[in-house]
Ligand binder design. Structure first.
Ligand code: GTP
Ligand code: MG
Length: 409
């Protein structure tokens, strides 16, 4: 997604807000100054805000009975005038209605543009916006829980940002008037150390956050024909991998995401490990060996597999392993490898990267006695913290975040 121009921000945008497909209801959303005007071109929308009204949408030869709701600025999700049309959910029907709205002056929204406007209009913070996207993409209960707990990060980074801004002003004053203003270095060191401690709460939990957001990699390993793919399919609950009586059936990695005990697990079926395989199988076996090294938990069928996993957490399995027992064992091993969460200090990967950069700048500030170098470190720390809070976040950072959004959000 490219950076936003001024006209981008004042256009009236439109998108289908519900997933594409044939559903009972499909919602089209318009946001921007001309929302009501444009929607009124195809339906008799009432001007009373926040009232659901029954309308007939007329688009060429097509008619649809729908519910329309007008949200008047600033009391709306984006802070702008919004019209929401709850139509019938046919993909073709919704496309025709959107086309008509575009013909009457709306522009198709970019992914995440509604939320980006909400951010610009102060309706939500950047951490709220990221929490929203993480919630939408959540594939496990753990992910859903941590995505909804963004307030801790917001409160803590906002407070550090305010203090850093104050410190920055003091240093500038010292640099401008060295004879009149002196820096209380003892207090400054105390403040900086306190920031480091707070930021560490989140960075120390990075491994846990990583597992929660990216999933725990569980690999099924063993010699050919032992029943790896059969077990893989049973754990998933559907036929994903091909199963035959021929040794060497699986030649490539097959991965699927599933939820076990509220955690996201990425389960991988592998090619059976043996000597003397043909060209294709050999390439598959190389991948199996790599997965044996990289996985977090291994399900091992035999000694050949066991030798590969070394000191990694593993579970011995057989053809007769009970799926319920196995799932319980995976949960136990998962809890074993997840470092304990300190409070609700969870941040996503992007946020953790910014926090680590901020910490490095603060650590450098603690070593610097020259005011000009100190000023530069504090500015660097502020830059990274504000890429989390959203204060003056760069367009590039916003583009990166909002490109993860789906159309219509
Ligand atoms: N009787 C019995 N047969 C099984 C069981 N599990 C798998 N099989 C059979 O064993 C054969 C091999 O099963 P797969 O699941 O394809 O084995 P695999 O380890 O994935 O084999 P490769 O992909 O060749 O490495 C198939 O004919 C399965 O039907 C089981 O629990 N009992
Ligand atoms: Mg197989």
């Amino acid at each position: 997604m490219t950076s936003m121009s001024n006209s981008d921000k004042t256009d009236t945008i439109v998108a289908i807000a519900t997933p594409r497909g044939n559903a009972g209801v499909g919602i089209i959303r318009l946001s921007g100054p001309k929302s009501l005007h444009i929607a009124s071109e195809i339906a008799n929308i009432r001007k009373e805000p926040r009232v659901a009204n029954f309308v007939i949408i007329n688009v060429g030869q097509i008619r649809d009975k729908a519910i329309a709701i007008y949200f008047k600025s600033p009391q709306s999700f984006t802070g702008e005038d919004i019209v929401e049309l709850q139509c019938h959910g046919g993909a073709l029907l919704l496309d025709k209605i959107v086309d008509a709205l575009i013909k009457h002056g709306a522009r198709l929204a970019k992914p995440g543009e509604f939320t980006r406007r909400a951010l610009l209009n102060g309706k939500l913070s950047l951490t709220d916006a990221e929490s929203l996207i993480d919630t939408i993409h959540a594939e496990s209960d753990a992910e859903l829980t941590v995505a909804g707990n963004s307030s801790e990060l917001h409160v803590k980074t906002k407070s550090i940002e305010q203090e850093l801004t104050g410190i920055s002003a003091q240093i500038e004053a010292c640099l401008d008037h060295p004879d009149e203003v002196t820096l209380d270095t003892i207090l400054l060191k105390k403040q900086l150390n306190a920031f480091l401690k707070t930021l560490s709460l989140f960075t120390d939990a990075a491994q846990t956050s990583h597992y929660i957001y990216n999933g725990i990699n569980v690999a099924i390993l063993g010699e050919p024909n032992v029943g790896k793919s059969s077990l893989f399919n049973q754990l998933l609950g559907h036929d994903r991998s091909i199963v035959t009586e021929i040794a060497g059936t699986t030649t490539d990695l097959v991965s699927e995401t599933m939820q076990v005990g509220g955690y996201k697990v990425r389960l991988t079926d592998t090619a059976g490990i043996r000597d003397g395989a043909g060209k294709i199988e050999k390439l598959g076996i190389e991948k199996s060996l790599r997965v044996a090294c990289d996985c977090d938990i291994a399900l091992v069928f035999d000694d050949t597999a066991l030798k590969l996993v070394k000191d990694k957490p593993y579970i011995c399995v057989t053809r007769n392993s009970s799926i319920d027992t196995l799932k319980k064992q995976i949960i136990e091993k998962t809890i074993g490898i997840l470092p304990k969460l300190q409070s609700r200090a969870v941040a996503n990967t992007r946020q953790i990267n910014e926090l680590v950069c901020a910490k490095i700048a603060i650590e450098s500030a603690l070593k610097n006695t020259a005011a000009d170098l100190l000023a530069s470190d504090i500015q660097t720390a502020l830059y990274h913290i504000s890429n989390i809070t959203g204060t003056n976040a760069s367009e590039a950072v916003l583009d990166e975040i909002f490109s993860r959004f789906c159309l219509g959000k």
